[in-house]
Design a protein around this ligand. Structure first.
Ligand code: SF4
Length: 308
């Protein structure tokens, strides 16, 4: 079975930076916490936990940190949470990706200028929750339909001119962002659209589209909780390719089993008559921005070990 890798795949700058900062803190000794999962990859998180990293739950913070280190994850936290950590005695190491940080500051300055801010992104995603805190009163939406309804409602309730701006989660696809922009502009043609999409995300999506032209099916390597990884899966399927998301080599074993229809939630279509992978000769391999190199290598080896 032939495997072709996407031109760009795996760790992005922000994730690698957060990981390096965390490893440096763990190496320096002392108790080190991370505010939720530092990166959305189970293997990478397991490795960090084995080195001593403790995970914090926002709803169950320790009463006092005594100067212990708390690392802020790559997709950031709300300023309120950061202030609470400081109040409880934490030493903050801010690993928020500079790209996310720039969006947070832009969202804040738009609000301070009196803009009504539309925020495009996944409702319960940590980055979006953090961004909302920088843009109090922002209108959150996930797609063009929601944007159209929200913009129509705002227009109805604000007949005069109001300044509006659109900012998005760094991992939103360019197509979705453009659809949301278009929906809002029907009601607010002067909308200011912030270029908030991270190049790392766009690059991985673009190189996946190129890859789709060369392969029969696609494996997306990465954590199911990773937003940019799930979006890669959606991109491959939108390109008309059978595609599956696998977190580790065991996911490939499931796809290669005689009947894999019920074994993973990421299968499409069901294949009771033949193993999924055996139906394809050339498999494209891409990976989310939080997938470690060694996991990509292991998954590639596993695919190649399947008979043609
Ligand atoms: S995907 Fe982009 S914004 Fe997100 S952590 Fe990576 S470099 Fe930063």
């Amino acid at each position: 079975m032939k495997v072709i890798r996407a031109r760009v795949l795996g760790f992005c700058f922000g994730v690698r930076r957060a990981l390096d900062m965390c490893l440096a803190e763990l190496g320096a000794g002392g108790r080190v916490y991370s505010m939720g999962a530092l990166i959305h990859n189970p293997q990478a998180m397991e490795g960090l936990k084995q080195k001593g990293l403790c995970l914090l739950d926002e709803d169950a913070l320790p009463p006092f940190f005594s100067g212990d280190t708390v690392i802020i994850r790559a997709h950031g936290v709300s300023p309120l949470l950061e202030a609470e950590l400081l109040r409880r005695g934490a030493r903050i190491v801010d690993a928020t990706c500079p790209r996310v940080k720039a969006n947070q500051l832009k969202a804040r300055s738009l609000c301070e200028e009196g803009c009504r801010v539309f925020l495009a992104g996944e409702k319960n995603h940590g980055e979006v929750i953090g961004l909302q805190a920088f843009a109090p009163g922002c209108i959150l939406m996930e797609n063009g339909g929601e944007a159209e309804n929200a913009a129509a409602e705002l227009k109805k309730n604000s007949p005069g001119f109001i300044k509006t701006a659109l900012i998005g989660q760094t991992t939103i696809s360019a197509g979705e962002y453009a659809a949301i922009e278009e929906s809002i502009k029907k009601y607010f043609p002067d909308l200011e659209t912030v270029n908030s999409i991270c190049n790392a995300t766009a690059e991985r999506q673009e190189s996946l589209r190129e890859l789709c032209g060369m392969v029969d099916a696609v494996i997306v390597a990465g954590g199911r909780s990773s937003s940019n990884t799930r979006r890669l899966l959606a991109v491959a399927r939108a390109e008309g390719k059978p595609a599956w998301l696998v977190e580790d080599p065991s996911g490939i074993e499931e796809l290669a089993a005689p009947y894999c229809g019920d074994k993973t939630d990421s299968l499409e279509p069901r294949c009771p008559e033949k193993p999924c992978l055996a139906r394809y000769q050339t498999i494209g391999l891409c990976a989310g921005a939080s997938t470690p190199d060694e996991v990509i290598d292991q998954i590639e080896s596993k695919i190649k070990s399947n008979p043609d």
